[in-house]
Design a protein around this ligand. Structure first.
Ligand SMILES: Cc1cc2nc3c(=O)[nH]c(=O)nc-3n(C[C@H](O)[C@H](O)[C@H](O)COP(=O)(O)OP(=O)(O)OC[C@H]3O[C@@H](n4cnc5c(N)ncnc54)[C@H](O)[C@@H]3O)c2cc1C
Length: 335
């Protein structure tokens, strides 16, 4: 039912007391949507001892922050978080609820939408408001071959997950004013099915590609260990990170977390170097918003050149090591 649902809610995802970048991005997007609708932005902060994050939510665009704290919410599990959000959303009746398309958002949003008997559009790449005030949720469809704009006209709230890196965060405004309200975080433990016994963290020695300023990305044209070494050398020379197309990940040469694209990560570095990548639409979907795109491909008709700011036609296996050596030499002369 649509009734009088109002306001844009953002699940302000935090982990270990750190507000996730996607939450900050979504607060900025929510601000734009709420301004268009002349409504307010609410940040939903759920966890244990998370209230200190409220000022940051306000500085990033929230008018109100609803804080739900309980020891059972310290580590994310589906049922307790769903219970808390279900109570908040069904009592407050927002018009829109946004989640990051993170592992947590992708688990929580569908569960909540099912409980609320409303729709959910996953992995949106753009959000806007129609002249009627409906949320326009755009995402790739049919294997990424077209973009579909989806509406949820008959039900409220309108729910969507948005991939990290898609929305631009609004600049921090420490002077913004907002209200913080603690909400009921009562839980029904009899429904809990999962108990966290231990958390084992994977050693992460590298920067997340979604946060990297410079990315050197290898495709099937560089899909062998020695060519990928050259990619690694160029990334190191530039102080950047290595990423890749899906072809390289499918070949088992790099882990999935390095994949850029529709089923990988959305990246927006200042510089993106694509070596031996054809530029399939599913790859472009993850990188075309990069600041400056350099493509190296031996096929001058490769679609990657259509989004490139600088194109080099030639053998990437030869060009990439030359570039790495040149940049290293330049750096040494500067020191
Ligand atoms: C539902 C779906 C989701 C997908 N999601 C993703 C995704 O998230 N990310 C993604 O990347 N793909 C994704 N794909 C796959 C995508 O369609 C392409 O198959 C993939 O991106 C191709 O990778 P590539 O460019 O490395 O390889 P190819 O398309 O095979 O291109 C290799 C390129 O390298 C060039 N080349 C070869 N040798 C050299 C050389 N020595 N020097 C210079 N250039 C050379 C060739 O000219 C060619 O252009 C998805 C597909 C589907 C259907």
């Amino acid at each position: 039912m649509k009734s009088d649902h109002k306001h844009v809610f953002v699940f302000a995802e935090q982990r270990d007391g750190i507000l996730q970048p996607v939450a900050i991005e979504l607060l900025g997007k929510a601000r734009e949507l709420a301004d268009a609708l002349q409504e307010e932005v609410y940040a939903l902060l759920v966890g244990e001892r998370v209230e200190p994050l409220a000022p940051e939510c306000i500085a990033r665009g929230a008018d109100k922050v609803l804080v739900a704290e309980a020891p059972e919410l310290a580590t994310y599990t589906t049922e307790p978080y769903t219970q808390v959000l279900y109570r908040i959303v069904s009592e407050r009746e927002p018009s829109i609820v946004l989640f990051g398309a993170t592992t947590i958002g992708r688990d929580l949003a569908p569960r909540l939408s099912a409980r609320l008997a409303t729709g959910l559009t996953a992995d949106c790449t753009a959000l806007d408001v129609s002249p009627d005030g409906d949320l326009l949720m755009t995402r790739p469809a049919f294997g990424g071959n077209l973009m579909a704009t989806i509406l949820c006209k008959e039900h409220r709230p309108q729910m969507s997950t948005v991939r990290p890196g898609v929305a631009r965060p609004h600049p921090r405004d420490p002077h913004r004013q907002g209200a913080v309200e603690r909400v009921d975080a009562r839980l029904d433990p009899s429904k809990f099915k999962v108990k966290v016994l231990q958390t084992l963290r994977e050693e992460k020695t590298r920067v997340d590609i979604a946060a990297a300023r410079v990315l050197v990305s290898g495709g099937r044209g560089m899909g062998n260990p020695s060519a990928l070494n050259a990619i690694e050398e160029l990334a190191t020379a530039l102080g950047g990170e290595v990423s890749s197309s899906r072809a390289v990940v499918d070949a088992g040469l790099l882990p999935r977390e390095r994949q850029v694209g529709q089923t990988g990560k959305t990246v927006r570095p200042d510089i993106y170097i694509a070596a031996g990548i054809s530029g399939a639409i599913q790859h472009l979907a993850g990188m075309e918003e990069s600041g400056y795109i350099i493509a190296i491909n031996k096929d001058k008709y490769a679609p990657i050149f259509q989004v490139a700011d600088l194109g080099i036609v030639g053998d990437a296996a030869r060009i990439v090591p030359l570039l790495a050596a040149k940049i290293r030499a330049l750096r040494e002369t500067k020191q």
